[in-house]
Structure formats: structure tokens, C-alpha cells
Design a protein around this ligand. Structure first.
Ligand code: DI6
Ligand code: FE
Length: 404
């Protein structure tokens, strides 16, 4: 007997950038459809090849473009307060490191975050999340790291989880206990690393952690200190990622690769050996042009080496109050193209398939492929390059999460 296929919704008369397969391009389908069933993509491809079936709803996209819902794979969305005053000091000549050394910087945000309730943190983060959603984001990674003690890290991660319930967006959480030194550590970095190692099993038991991150930098934590945290993460079965080689080369990329990190992020100072190690480990290079721009950095990440070694590049906002107070993933793509010379295709892969891989979710999201979650962004544009080209535009027509 021939049982007809059933669909919940079919989006038809669309142009698709599927991002599917391993090809370097966008996987364009000019006359395409996406069909959803039970929240998943049942079919994505040429209209003529759609298996016949009944659909509860058919949406005519009038030639608009459909991409996978965007993935912002590196944010610090949950924090209290702002750092506009520090920005003024930097404009007057102080450096990011000067401000950190004088007790400002991350420490100022830690003080404000410790004083905030979970409700306060959710309320402060919601406008930022809504702005990301307006750019077609359907998945966002959110790091802790402005609490630095057990209670505030727990509250920050719980606030991040709650954001995923307050809005129709998939949230993944990352524990960044080794982000900075809290005042109670009194300058003793090893003591804070021990505190972080003690927090890990407790937060993991509360199911608040999807991945573990650290800031490997002279003004933050050494490779040895990070390695101790990563060993504990692995013992708990948690994947790791790393803020690596942002302001100097401490071998962060190689360290991340040694622990099979999902991603190494920033990477302005990464050398050829670091890139080769990442390629071998399958670690994604997450580029954060907002921080590069905002700190007026000049050292460019080794994009040609990533290309030559086939290291996938993701692009993210790094939304945080100190170095990238940016809530637009479209703008991050423009900066990646303008500052780092990524191509249009690299930018778009960087916020879809490669960003999904940076979260270990490439089996689930990041491409228009049968079996993946039906997370879509539908755009009022004539060509994909417009998404990278325009500064401050809002080209999103509709956003679909889980087929709805
Ligand atoms: N690298 C960064 O650029 C941010 N965190 C990190 O590890 C800075 C965060 C801040 O200044 O608040
Ligand atoms: Fe960051």
C-alpha cells in the first residue's frame, strides 16, 4: 500500500541557502521548498523533487531566501550593569589592560552581577537576546563568568537557561569560571583555579553546564591552569572550548586542540603550529571581529592558514560589556568580511554550519537537511551577500523554530 507522506508545513517558492554537506559554498537551490514534520525538516531541496504528500499548511515565500536559523556560538549575554564609563576612559587613552589592572574591566561587571538577582539578570539580558533574535538567531550560546563564585555562577547559568524558556530560542550554556580573578582570591590565580575546579561537579550535577570555557591570557589564566580545569571537565564528561590567543600567543590554540575542544575562539595571535593542531583535532576557529574592532586591534587572525588547513571558521558576536557590546550577528558578519577579509560564503557558513559545529550541534542544526531541527530564517533579500553587506539593516521576514 502506498502511504502518502504527511507534512505539517511546506514553505514553497523560496530560494534556499542550505549550507548542507561539506561543500565550501552555500548549497543554493533556486526554486526550493522546505517541508517540516514534527518540528524537523522532512525535505529541503528542489520544488520538483518534493515527495508528494498532504500538508496542513503551505506558505508561499514569494521568492524570498531561506537559510538555517542563525547560531551565535559565543556570547556573554548574562551580565548586570554597563561599561560605558570605561569606554570613555579608553577613548581618553587608557588601555583595556590598564583598566583591568586598576580594578575596572571585568571586575566591575562582576561586582554588578553579584549584586543582581536572577530576575534582574534575565531582565537585563532579554533586550540583548531580542536584538539577536531580530537577526534570525535561533540558537545562542551563553557563558557565565561574571559571577566567579559558586552562587553567582549558578545564578548566571540558571538565568541563561531561563532565557531559553522566556523566548523561543535554543540556549546552550558554558561555564566560564576562569574568566578573571575575583577580589577574594587576593591575586592568587591558583587558588581561584582550585575554586573553579570545586564548582564544576556541583554545577554539572545541577545540569547547568553544556560546555566549559576559560580565558587563557597573561591577564587571565596560564595554559597549565587551564589544563587543570579542562582535565576536571573531561572527567565529568563535559566538552571544552577556549578564549585563546586573543591578545598574545600563549599556545592557546594548541592547548584547545590537545583537549579536543569544540572551538578555540579569538585566535588573533595563533601561529601555524596552533592552526595545524586545530585541524588535526577538528577544533572550530571562532572568529570574534567585534572585539577586534572595539579594542582597535591590528593583529589579524591567520585566516589564510585556517583555509589552507581546512579549519572551519565560525563567526560570533562575543556580546559582552567590555570588549564587544554588540547584539547583531549580521553586523558581526560584516566586520568579519571587512576586518578579516572573510568571503560572503565564509561569513554565512560561520553563523550556520560552522557555528553549529562550534557547539557540537552540527548533527542537529546549522543546515537545511532532512532530519535536522526545522529552525529557519526567511529573508527579504535578493541575494545572500546583502546579509553581510548592509550595516544596521533588519532584513528578517520570519523566523521559524522547531517548525513553527
Ligand atoms: N575575552 C574578551 O574579550 C571578553 N572576555 C574574554 O575572555 C572580555 C570581557 C569583559 O571585558 O567583560
Ligand atoms: Fe568572549
Amino acid at each position: 500500500m502506498n502511504v502518502e507522506t504527511r507534512y505539517d508545513t511546506i514553505w514553497t517558492n523560496a530560494r534556499l541557502a542550505t549550507m548542507a554537506g561539506d561543500a565550501p559554498g552555500l548549497g543554493v537551490v533556486e526554486d526550493g521548498v522546505v517541508a517540516a514534520r514534527d518540528g524537523r525538516i522532512a525535505y529541503a531541496g528542489a520544488r520538483g523533487d518534493l515527495p508528494a504528500g498532504e500538508a496542513a499548511a503551505v506558505v508561499d515565500c514569494s521568492g524570498r531566501w531561506i537559510t538555517p536559523g542563525f547560531v551565535d556560538c559565543h556570547t556573554h549575554l548574562v551580565f548586570a550593569g554597563d561599561r560605558a564609563g570605561e569606554f570613555e576612559r579608553r577613548l581618553a587613552g587608557a588601555s583595556y589592560a590598564d583598566i583591568a589592572a586598576s580594578g575596572g574591566g571585568i571586575a566591575a561587571t562582576v561586582a554588578a552581577t553579584r549584586a543582581a538577582s536572577e530576575d534582574d539578570l534575565v531582565a537585563a539580558a532579554l533586550p540583548r537576546l531580542d536584538r539577536l533574535i531580530a537577526d534570525g538567531v535561533t540558537t545562542v550560546e551563553i557563558k557565565s563568568g561574571y559571577g566567579l563564585d559558586l552562587e553567582t555562577e549558578r545564578r548566571s547559568l540558571a538565568a541563561a537557561r531561563r532565557l531559553g524558556r522566556e523566548r523561543d530560542v535554543r540556549v546552550t550554556t558554558t561555564f566560564l569560571g576562569a574568566h578573571a580573578l575575583p577580589p577574594e582570591a587576593k591575586g592568587d590565580k591558583d587558588a581561584h583555579v582550585e575554586a573553579v575546579i570545586a564548582m564544576l561537579p556541583r554545577l554539572a550535577a545541577d545540569r547547568l553546564i553544556d560546555a566549559v570555557d576559560a580565558f587563557c591570557e597573561g591577564l587571565a589564566f596560564s595554559p597549565d591552569q587551564v589544563a587543570r580545569i579542562f582535565e576536571t571537565a573531561h572527567a565529568l564528561g563535559l566538552p571544552v572550548k577556549l578564549h585563546a590567543d586573543q591578545l598574545s600567543n600563549l599556545g592557546g590554540a594548541g592547548l584547545a586542540a590537545r583537549f579536543g575542544a569544540q572551538s578555540a575562539d579569538h585566535l588573533e595571535w595563533t601561529d601555524a603550529a596552533g592552526v595545524a593542531a586545530m585541524a588535526k583535532a577538528g577544533t572550530v576557529a571562532t572568529l570574534l571581529p567585534g572585539a577586534f574592532y572595539f579594542l582597535r586591534e591590528t593583529k589579524l587572525p591567520p585566516v589564510d592558514l585556517f583555509r589552507a588547513h581546512g579549519v572551519p571558521m565560525a563567526v560570533s558576536t562575543d556580546c559582552n560589556p567590555g570588549t564587544s557590546p554588540m547584539t547583531s550577528l549580521l553586523l558581526a558578519m560584516n566586520m568579519a568580511a571587512t576586518c578579516f577579509r572573510l568571503t560572503i560564503d565564509e561569513c554565512l557558513l560561520g553563523v550556520t554550519r560552522h557555528a553549529a559545529a562550534a557547539l557540537g550541534l552540527d548533527h542537529e542544526i546549522g543546515a537545511l537537511e532532512a532530519g535536522k531541527a526545522c529552525d529557519l530564517a526567511i529573508w527579504s533579500i535578493e541575494r545572500p551577500a546583502e546579509l553581510v553587506w548592509a550595516l544596521g539593516a533588519l532584513p528578517l521576514h520570519a523566523r521559524i523554530r522547531g517548525g513553527r
